[in-house]
Ligand binder design. Structure first.
Ligand SMILES: Cc1cc2nc3c(=O)[nH]c(=O)nc-3n(C[C@H](O)[C@H](O)[C@H](O)COP(=O)(O)OP(=O)(O)OC[C@H]3O[C@@H](n4cnc5c(N)ncnc54)[C@H](O)[C@@H]3O)c2cc1C
Length: 300
């Protein structure tokens, strides 16, 4: 057994799984196998990162796994945060919230519906952990989560805690500009813009709209491509190319929304690549453009 393996197995407040099935750690559920460590506290993460640094071990972070594709054989250690959180914290409205990165943002949406928090409608229906949503600056056509973040707390590769105060330059479309290589978001301070009773209904209506317009109950990774321009969403362009419903093995371009791909069973990486290449070939042919991937593909 390697020295690193021994250290990983003996870390307090962590659960290490060697060569385990990672398929269920992404919403797309492409088959993947590799080493996984579940980290249950900030101090455990502060112990873990310097060790990985010392052994030059690459890692990747998976939150809800709603915007990532893992390789069939994952050579990097997968880190999954699983910090404890007392849901009672969300029983009362506050001016500012100190929240852990591993919290599912669906809990925040439920809280916003209860209290009508202005601004919190922007992330309605997005499957995400708070850390993943901040990393991606997740958003809808109502806005982006970055507009609600005051401060982000991170652990550095040396195991130190760093705090980033958020400014207008901290985020852009589906991007943050402050997470440095090797850092992991551990939490954030979130604000809202007051209370408005109409927000609760707005969130409920938007959830309904998403159910109708996106294949939310299938195995998918959300939007595969970034929108090249606001006026021309990728889904609309793929629709115009008449590619909706096109299939490669167990994977098909969603008939409901052109920017989604649905895994009907045991879809794999090659089938994903085949559909991406086909779409970009047609895009280049008809519009002289290629899409940029929104979904994260570590180490490709
Ligand atoms: C059905 C469906 C609908 C979707 N709709 C939307 C939408 O409307 N709008 C939208 O913006 N997105 C949407 N998405 C994509 C996805 O929900 C968002 O990108 C979300 O922010 C991903 O969060 P996550 O926790 O799943 O992150 P993951 O997919 O696990 O990770 C995404 C990236 O963030 C990094 N990361 C995750 N956690 C941390 C952390 N703690 N510290 C540092 N880095 C971290 C990962 O390494 C990776 O690079 C959708 C996805 C699905 C499946």
């Amino acid at each position: 057994m390697s020295d690193l393996l021994k250290e990983l197995m003996s870390l307090d407040d962590c659960t290490f799984h060697q060569n385990c099935d990672l398929t269920s750690f992404t919403t797309f559920k492409l088959k993947s196998v590799g080493d996984l460590i579940e980290v249950h506290s900030v101090s455990a993460l502060q112990n873990l990162l310097p060790k990985l640094n010392k052994f030059h071990k690459n890692f990747l972070v998976v939150g809800w796994g709603a915007n990532q594709i893992l390789p069939a054989q994952c050579d990097e250690l997968v880190i999954h945060l699983d910090f404890s959180f007392d849901k009672k914290y969300l029983e009362e409205k506050k001016d500012e919230y100190i929240l852990p990165a591993s919290l599912g943002i669906n809990h925040l949406t439920a809280h916003a519906v209860t209290f009508g928090l202005k601004g919190w409608e922007v992330f309605t229906g997005i499957p995400a952990s708070l850390g993943g949503a901040i990393f991606m600056n997740a958003g809808t056509n109502l806005g982006e989560i970055g507009s609600l973040i005051k401060k982000v707390m991170l652990v550095t590769p040396e195991g130190k805690i760093r705090e980033e105060l958020i400014t207008h330059e901290s985020f852009s479309y589906r991007k943050n500009h402050f997470v440095r290589p090797g850092e992991i978001i551990i939490g954030a301070v979130m604000i809202h813009h007051g209370v408005d009773e109409k927000i609760s209904q707005k969130i409920k209506d938007y959830l309904q709209y998403r159910k109708i317009s996106q294949p939310l109950t299938t195995k998918n990774c959300g939007c595969v491509f970034k929108n090249p321009m606001k006026e021309f969403p990728a889904g609309k362009l793929i629709d115009l190319l008449q590619l909706k419903g096109v299939q490669s093995g167990d994977l098909k371009i969603s008939p409901k929304h052109g920017n989604f791909m649905e895994n009907s069973g045991k879809a794999n990486w090659d089938q994903f690549k085949a559909l991406v290449d086909l779409i970009n070939f047609e895009m280049d042919h008809f519009y002289g453009l290629e899409f940029e991937l929104e979904v994260k593909i570590p180490y490709h």
